[in-house]
Design a protein around this ligand. Structure first.
Ligand code: BGC
Length: 753
């Protein structure tokens, strides 16, 4: 048959496309109708759900009112202070149980009984998850949810109502002894990770307790220090995480910190608790004090505290909780007419609200599970995604199959960490150390030796004979792996023993403790094929050996499966994808709070946050100070290319679209970050601020298009002259990178007012 003429061909094509178009149109119509119907029903369902929710709330309100109306003043007051080391009072006559709290942020703490003494012969070892900073380094909010679910489920199983986490204080100085529990120097990242965590915990029926509100950014003098910061720093840096956990995460309880804020104790702080938290953020739950953080009955009563927790350890074994600030004195003050009873009712109301929310009264909570394989798998996954590869010259990692012998060196390789660090301690069901993990992965194919390298004792220095043994072992092996860094420990009567990551104490400086610099230098000399693995809650000064070390891994405190996760990364079964959530300075003096002498405060215990909003990369990038490793940095065994940036803006919102391709040979995940830079502003702004990120997993050769929408919050800053958030119209650069310093693509949008 002849081929159709050009005209015929065109007509046919027209008819076909016409038919296609009308088919498409009717299809679109149908879809549209269906969507409308769907929308209608979802609206109906939504309004129904909202209505049901508000009826439920009203019912709860009514039940709370009924309970309060039946309570004596003594019973009410009994509910607003601790009744034992981790409980607060109930009213058995009315079926109101004690509220049972437990640390902590990365695993349910061992049992302390009513007297604070660790219980013996009880089943209280639990899943030890990687600590907060490792979780945040995954940049994977969904893992945050999974992490929270494990905690919530185990807390429920152990009969706890409130889990005392997440800890979300901003990492302001590398020295803070509790940085390992916290998440980041960046408020946006903190918000995303902590909201997931909170939702995960609370999905199991128990309450999370976000802490420590606010400005507990150092452990030195934590119980006395008086923090001063600008309103702008408060709004832009220190509050957003708490706001997000309250408003998006729906957290039920919050812990006020030990320190003072602008002259008033944080747990008796009208501005922070009444005005901002309860009024502005609309927090409906209860505010508890940190343990023994209350100083004055009247201040606590009026300024927003609902529950006084703690135990006066000096009174053990028989502490008298009725002597607490919010105990018998309150009864007296109400009876004398000095305090109105409604103030106490309001606190009881909030406590009961949490009890209803957590099904303690009038409900049934899922029983929870304990030490399951699934929980351990979550611990493993978080560690695999949270460990950060910092340096990998000449592809020293992953180890090639030709490696037949490894000298593992360093105390941290063989040290269990779970029980350390202070109140976040966990009695781990088990803990795979780095050495054990390497042995598990290597099987009998590789000969692994171990030498201790250094001894831990705070202030301890070089041990020449241990260094010699380590160097000898390294020289005989194909590869050496030094596992060192910080460490923590915890002895109740001696908090600062060999602890460098621990509650109540900051690190003295960024120098590696226990003579490790000497050790690493000696091992590197003995075997240039040396990998340095650093554990701990933050950076060390690497200047003495960084140029010679080809491979460096930041392993944090990676939880009970940490050793396995680390080994999988070292042997290449897992491609590392974690990224730093704090800048690693080259030396302590480069870090803004230290450079400005704004740590740890003057002799009157005042600390002025002169670094203001310039915390972390906001400082390094604006003031052009080269960090050792920037915020958002982390290597992979594959490579990624970024292309096709499209940016657009309308109605005070912007959209950023770009494509990421895995251009290497192995599958891997990339975390791309979107930063905003305002070209001109009335007040100075940081060079860039993180406002979006996404983690994508890509097979070799695979690419994905990513779309990130930025709402108006992403462009605003807090103008403290006007005392409000402002969006100044003008040009904004949208920067897409895989660290704060490695910007791959940039575009500009104009935003109108
Ligand atoms: C810590 C809190 C902890 C509480 C209870 C305090 O010393 O600062 O984080 O939850 O003790 O153990």
């Amino acid at each position: 048959m002849d081929s159709p003429s050009y005209a015929e061909h065109n007509t046919k094509q027209y008819e076909t496309s016409h038919a296609l178009i009308s088919n498409l149109k009717s299809f679109q119509m149908k879809i549209k109708m269906r969507l409308q119907i769907l929308l209608y029903f979802s609206l109906v369902l939504l309004t129904k759900a909202q209505a049901q929710e508000s009826i439920k709330e009203k019912n709860v309100d009514a039940k709370i009112n009924a309970l309060i109306s039946k309570m004596t003043l003594e019973e009410k007051v009994n509910m607003i202070h601790a009744s034992s080391s981790f409980t607060s009072g109930g009213v058995p006559r009315l079926g109101i149980p004690e509220l049972v709290t437990s640390d902590g942020p990365h695993g349910v703490r061992l049992e302390h009984g009513r007297d604070f003494e660790p219980d013996k012969n009880v089943r209280d070892s639990s899943t030890y998850l990687p600590t907060g900073i490792c979780l945040a380094s995954t940049w994977n909010p969904l893992l945050g949810v999974e992490f929270g679910k494990v905690l919530g489920s185990e807390a429920s199983f152990r009969g706890k109502d409130v889990i005392l986490g997440p800890g979300i204080n901003i990492i302001r100085t590398p020295l803070n002894g509790r940085n390992f529990e916290y998440e980041s120097e960046d408020p946006y990242l903190v918000s995303k990770m902590a909201v997931g965590y909170t939702k995960g915990v609370q999905s199991q029926g128990v309450s999370a307790c976000v802490k420590h509100y606010l400005a507990n950014n150092q452990e030195t003098n934590r119980e006395t220090v008086n923090v001063h910061m600008s309103e702008r720093a408060l709004r832009e840096i220190y509050l957003p995480g708490f706001k997000a956990v309250v408003q998006e995460g729906g957290v039920n309880t919050l812990m006020a910190s030990y320190n003072k804020f602008r002259g008033q104790w944080a747990s008796e702080n009208d501005y922070l608790l009444n005005k901002i938290l309860k009024k502005e953020f609309g927090f409906k739950g209860l505010v508890m004090s940190d343990w023994n953080a209350v100083h004055n009955t009247m201040e606590a009563l009026w300024n927003g505290l609902d529950l006084e927790m703690g135990t006066d350890i000096s009174m053990l074994p028989n502490p008298d909780y009725r002597k607490f600030y919010m105990a018998d004195t309150v009864v007296k003050l109400v009876r004398q007419g000095k305090v109105p009873e409604y103030l106490i009712d309001e606190k009881v109301r909030r406590i009961l609200y949490v009890m209803f929310k957590t099904s303690m009264i009038d409900g049934k909570r899922a029983k929870g599970e304990y030490n399951t394989k699934a929980h351990q798998q979550t611990a493993l996954k978080v560690a695999e995604e949270g460990i950060v590869l910092l340096k990998n010259e000449q592809n020293i990692l992953p180890l090639s199959s030709s490696v037949k012998s490894i000298a593992v060196i360093g105390n941290n390789a063989d040290r269990k960490q779970a029980i350390g660090g202070g109140s976040s301690q966990v009695k781990a069901f088990y803990e795979i150390t780095p050495l054990q993990g390497l042995k598990n992965s290597a099987g009998n194919k590789i000969n692994i030796t171990y030498s201790q390298g250094y001894k831990t004792e705070r202030g301890g220095t070089t041990d020449a004979s241990l260094i010699q043994q380590a160097a000898d072992a390294a020289s005989k092996a194909d590869v050496a792996i030094v596992v060192g860094g910080w460490t923590h420990n915890y002895i109740f009567d001696k908090w600062g023993d060999d602890a460098y990551d621990a509650e109540g104490v900051d690190k003295p400086n960024m120098q590696m403790p226990f003579g490790q610099d000497e050790l690493i230098k000696a091992v590197l000399k003995a075997n240039p094929k040396t990998i340095v693995v650093l554990m701990g809650g933050g950076p060390v000064d690497m200047s003495q050996w960084i140029n010679n070390a080809k491979g460096i891994i930041q392993a944090w405190y990676p939880g009970m499966e940490g050793g396995n996760a680390l080994a999988k990364i070292i042997f290449g079964q897992v491609n590392p994808s974690g990224k730093l959530t704090m800048s690693f300075p080259k030396k302590l003096e480069d870090s803004p709070a230290h450079k400005l002498g704004a740590y740890p405060g003057d002799d009157k215990k005042n600390v002025y946050y002169l670094d203001d909003i310039y915390v972390g990369y906001r400082y390094y990038d604006t003031y052009k100070v080269e960090p050792q490793f920037p915020f958002g940095f982390g290597l992979s065994y594959t490579t990624f290319s970024y292309s096709n940036l499209k940016v657009s803006a309308a109605n005070r919102k912007a959209t950023v679209t770009y494509t990421i391709k895995n251009t290497g040979k192995v599958a891997g995940a990339d975390i791309s970050q979107v930063y905003v830079h305002q070209q001109k502003s009335a007040l100075p702004r940081p060079e860039k601020e993180l406002k979006g990120f996404q983690k994508v997993f890509l097979q070799p050769g695979e690419s994905k298009t990513i779309t990130i929408t930025l709402d108006e919050n992403a462009f605003q800053y807090f103008n403290d002259n006007l005392n409000k958030w402002v969006l100044e119209p003008g040009k904004f650069d949208l920067l897409v990178g895989n660290s704060s310093k490695d910007i791959k693509l940039s575009g500009t949008v104009s935003l109108e007012n």
